[in-house]
Design a protein around this ligand. Structure first.
Ligand code: ZN
Length: 337
């Protein structure tokens, strides 16, 4: 091979490689490829999410009308303000199943307020006042590291990322609902009351939004998102009201390699949770990401509403799977594609 033959062969190889790469990417060589990096989210720090969970648990059970509940409300309000949110606290009273008057607070924070297109992210911050599914100490309140604190911890970390890194091209509202878990004991000692004593904060907010005519493109509720080996099935009411959002979130999780957590299978029945009221009464399509055990009568893994729901249950890998998936969903949103 002489020099001319060699340069010709080299040129041909380069052309072939370039054409093949363009062919493989699915666009002709004259088009400018889409810049995927533009909407890449900043990293989700699991240590930070875990710290926020620990902080809540250390106040003690956040049972309405207790000192720990009051202290934690102040902490959440101050933390969201410090993270750059426009914070409002919606204080209200609600009757509990036992006739007690509960003093409750929905804590609401708005990020990127100038954006018209908004996403609503929620979790409940109160904890169950008793351990009705435990075999001992049933009358004592639970730590609620997973049932309550985990969703709040993940959302606080998302608030931190949005504030301290480049903001997404969408507005984000975070609501920590109160009084989700004050429903009557589920040990058969009381008659079922049509579920009206659950989700008190979401019920109140759906009828009394913090801004008149407030709406969001869609909502995502996090509940019990921190246990090791959690499994999130496609919850039935979420599939009814917002199947396209379920698909978006589950597909994103699978693309990121979190298929072991996000299962492409529907729950057999709907799960009563805050999203139900947001869908039905606030008319915002909202999905629920919730740890579900299809083999259990009560829908949930054995730790549910027992004293096992403590910090030892929390696994940073699960927090990371949920947090990273949510950040990707948020940063994929863009006003001008
Ligand atoms: Zn609960």
């Amino acid at each position: 091979m002489n020099f001319n033959q060699l340069s010709f062969t080299l040129m041909l190889s380069v052309l072939l490689v370039v054409s093949y790469r363009n062919y493989a990417r699915g666009y002709p060589s004259h088009e400018v490829p889409r810049q995927e990096k533009k909407h890449a989210p900043p990293p989700f720090e699991v240590d930070s999410a875990y710290f926020y969970i620990q902080k809540q648990v250390h106040f003690g059970p956040r049972v309405p009308n207790t000192h720990a509940h009051r202290l934690c409300a102040v902490y959440l309000q101050e933390k969201l303000t410090q993270l750059g949110g426009q914070v409002q606290v919606q204080a209200f009273e609600a009757k509990a199943f036992n006739g007690e008057t509960l003093h409750l607070k929905n804590i609401i924070a708005c990020f990127n307020p100038s954006h018209k297109r908004r996403i609503l992210l929620t979790a409940h911050w109160d904890t169950r006042p008793f351990a009705d599914k435990d075999t001992s100490n049933k009358d004592l309140p639970i730590d609620g590291a997973n049932d309550g604190a985990s969703g709040v911890g993940v959302l606080l970390e998302i608030a931190r990322v949005i504030s301290y890194s480049h903001p997404p091209e969408v507005g984000v509202d975070i609501i920590f609902f109160d009084g989700e878990d004050y429903g009557e004991p589920q040990d058969g000692s009381l008659p079922i009351s049509n579920n009206i004593f659950w989700c008190l904060g979401a019920q109140y907010w759906s009828k009394n939004k913090h801004e008149k005519n407030y709406t969001a493109a869609y909502g995502i509720l996090l509940d019990m998102v921190g246990a090791a080996n959690a499994t999130f099935y496609r919850e039935q009411q979420s599939m009814y009201y917002a199947p396209q959002i379920v698909k978006k979130v589950w597909d994103t999780a699978h693309q990121l390699g979190y298929g072991q957590y996000f299962i492409y299978q529907d729950t057999k029945e709907y799960i009563l949770d805050d999203h139900l009221f947001v869908n039905k009464e606030a008319h915002i399509p909202m999905i629920n990401i919730i740890d579900h055990d299809p083999s259990s009568d009560g829908f949930f893994p054995p730790y549910h509403h027992t004293h096992e729901d403590n910090l030892q249950l929390i696994d940073k890998k699960t927090l990371g799977a949920v947090g990273e998936t949510l950040l990707h969903v948020i940063y994929q949103e863009c006003v001008s594609p």
